[in-house]
Every structure is written in C-alpha cells, then in structure tokens.
Design a protein around this ligand. Structure first.
Ligand code: PLP
Length: 404
C-alpha cells in the first residue's frame, strides 16, 4: 500500500512564493467580531498605529497607504495616480511581473517603453542609463525581486539612474519588503508598492503603497484628475492625511477613509508589523538570507541547478531547474498530495522546466526549509530521479549550523 502522508493534514504547508504561512498571533488577530471601519477608535487604535509602524518596515519617513486589494492593486493605484495618458514610462521587464507592470502602464494610457532583460539574467545598468537619457521618461519602473525567476535586481542603482534623469522611481516590492532590505527613502523610491501576503506574513487582502513627496507633487501637478475614484492616491492626501504630515485634514479633526478599510485585515497587519519590528529588520533580513542559502545548498547537494544568474539569487524565492525528464507540475502535485507541502512551478516560459520555493516570513527557517527539502527528495525519487536520500537535508542542516 502506498501511504499518503498528507491525508492526515487538513491543509498543505505553504512553501509557494506567497501567500505564505502566518504567525499564530496574526491568525488570532483575525478572530474578532466586526468593527466599524469609520469609527474613531478603529482609526486611532488600529489603523493609525499600523500605518505609522509600517513606515519603519518600509524605511521611509513618508506616508504608507493601506488599501483593500493585493499587490496588483498597489501597482495599479500607484500607476494611475502619477501617470497621465501619454506620459513616457520606462518599464524594466525581467520576468512575468515586469510584464504585469507593462500591462498596467498600458491600461493607464502611458506611452510605455520596455527595457527588456533576459529572464534570470543581469540588468545592464549602463545600457539602462543610456535608454533613460534617450527617453527622458516621467517614470522608471522596476520589480525589485522578480518572483517569476527568483532574482533580486539592484534597486538602489536604478533609483540613482531615475533621479539623474528626473524620473519618478516606481518599485514593485511585492516579494521583497520585510524579507529583503528595502530602503525606500535612501534609494529614492517614489512609489514603493507591495501586498500583504508575502514577507510581511499577513493575510492576503491589503495593498500597501509608500508615497514620496515627489510622487505627491506629481499627483498634484496633473492636468486632469486620475480616472479612478477609489484608487486615486491623491484622495488620501485630501481626505486622510493630517496637515502636519503634508495632508489636507486639520490635525485632530476626524478623517474620512477614501475607501472602506477592511478592519480584520488591518488588525492582523498590525500584529504582523509588531512581530516584524520586535524581531528587528537586520535579524529578519539575515534570517531570510541564511534560510534561502541553506535551501540552495540543499538543492545543490541534490544535484539540481538554480535558474538565475548566481549574482542575482533571491533570498525570498528560489527558482530551481528540474532534472531532465521530470515535469515540475508532477513534482508539485506529488509533494502536495503525498507529503503535504505546496511549492510552485515556474511561470510562463519556464513553467515546464523550473520549480519555485518561497522562504518568506516565518517559512525562512529550518522548521520549514528542512521538511521541504526532505519532501522534495522523496517526490523526486518517487518520480524516478536519482538522488541520494537525505543529501539535500544534510547539506541544508550544515548550512544552518554554519550560520549559527
Ligand atoms: C513581484 C510581484 N509583483 C506583483 C505580484 C502580483 O501581486 P498580487 O498577486 O498580490 O496581486 C506578485 C505576485 O506574486 C509578485 O510576486
């Protein structure tokens, strides 16, 4: 009889690159009766402390806006708020989420030019600089951590190029913020856009955008109002932000939410942010670095190669080539159905050749990485691949031991 080890579990462990596992106190924060989103106590006791604490996570002195939605909501809200139809935008496209940004820019009517980067390959900064000087765009966009290829791009350098040509710098940090060091102000990021369900380790359902003073100015200088009522970030300034923070609402006066904010999700985010700050950002980033490094050591010991250029390897998403003759979808199905651990296949053009594993939030730890490697070894063996039992786990364990 083949034993189905997953049968006794009610859900797979999420080792996909988001949504990710939630810390128990975050799950508990969801278990509350409904609150009234426009009630002053929700504003003062939950929403305000959460957005102020998020500034530390984003490493910004500017405003962090919470919206109902996901990463894509943040990207679209940011884009439609600063870009007017016909504005030139240089979109760095190094994977599936670069393509997403191009699509969003096209939808908001931008005159978008793609700066294509081969999937998994380095970004040529000199060529980018020349392209930016030629185009003189209103904005340059970058996906900091390309979740589709498991790569991290040099956001600080791209920020410098944007600044040198007077462009706004729009950064997708959906799979990096709170897992990788993201320095919003230091890097000159004008819109830092992310979602709640990845390294922040909060439930899916909130979009987050950190807005720089330059981005507010761009919104205020628009010839015409943004087409969207709900997602026009400028309304946050007018309805929500106090005068002392550069907004339009007299300090102490009641404020209005430009869109009703989900109270449960905000309560969970509040706890998620508290946990992040209690851990401390340097510790958190180091934890992701060590956990991803251990995962990679394990994968290498199993004889598998990483997909991207080795100088770009992400510490939150690992993109791994499957052995010849083994279908990634079959590995994913077997790991989920038989061993109770969910990982992902690659996306789009690398869907049939790669696997993706997240190390995000609490899953960046031996508690999650070692069983994942163990299940991967078992699944590959079940599918007929040659791998020494325990080699991957042993190598990862050694990496964890070396780091402690
Ligand atoms: C880098 C990146 N950008 C954007 C998105 C889209 O975010 P969401 O699925 O939260 O809308 C994702 C989702 O995986 C992502 O990884």
């Amino acid at each position: 009889m083949t034993i189905n080890w997953a049968q006794c579990h009610t859900r797979p462990v999420l080792m996909i690159p988001g949504p990710t596992e939630l810390p128990y106190p975050v799950i508990q924060a969801l278990n509350q009766p409904p609150a009234i989103q426009y009630d002053r106590t929700f504003d003062e006791e939950v929403l305000e402390p959460t957005t102020l604490a998020l500034r530390e996570v984003f490493q910004t002195r500017g405003e962090v806006i919470l919206l109902p939605g996901s990463g894509r909501t943040a990207l679209e809200a940011g884009a439609l708020s600063v870009i007017e139809p016909g504005d030139r935008v240089l979109v760095i496209g190094a994977g599936q989420f670069g393509i997403l940004m191009r699509e969003i820019m096209n939808r908001v009517g931008a005159d978008a030019t793609e700066f294509p980067v081969e999937w998994g390959a380095r970004l040529d900064l000199d060529r980018l600089q020349k392209a930016a000087e030629r185009l003189r765009p209103k904005a340059i966009t970058l996906v900091h951590n390309e979740t589709s290829t498991g790569t991290t791009y040099p956001a600080a350098e791209v920020g410098q190029i944007a600044r040198a040509v007077g462009a706004l710098f729009l950064l997708d940090t959906v799979s990096s913020v709170a897992g990788l060091d993201v320095r919003t102000d230091e890097w000159g990021v004008d819109l830092n856009m992310t979602g709640s369900q990845k390294c922040l380790a909060a439930p899916l359902g909130l979009a987050l955008v950190a807005v720089s003073p330059r981005a507010w100015e761009a919104m205020e200088r628009r010839a015409r109002k943004a087409q969207s009522y709900v997602y026009d970030l400028l309304r946050w300034k007018e309805w929500w932000m106090p005068v002392s923070r550069g907004g339009k609402v007299p300090d102490g006066a009641p404020r209005r939410q430009p869109v009703s904010i989900p109270t449960h999700l905000t309560a969970a985010m509040r706890v998620a942010v508290r946990l992040i700050l209690e851990e401390g950002l340097p510790h958190r980033f180091r934890r992701h670095e060590v956990a991803a490094g251990a995962l990679r050591r394990g994968v290498a010991a199993m004889g598998l190669d990483m997909f991207p250029d080795t100088s770009l390897l992400s510490n939150t998403v690992s993109c791994i080539r499957t052995p010849r003759g083994i279908e990634p979808a079959a590995v994913v199905a077997l790991m989920r159905e038989r061993y109770g651990i969910l990982i992902g296949t690659g996306l789009d053009r690398i869907r049939t050749t790669t696997l993706r594993i997240g190390t995000m939030g609490i899953t960046a730890s031996p508690l999650y990485v070692l069983p994942t490697l163990g299940a991967l070894e078992l699944a590959l063996r079940d599918l007929g691949a040659k791998c020494e039992p325990g080699a991957g786990v042993a190598a990862a364990q050694a990496a964890f031991a070396d780091a402690s």
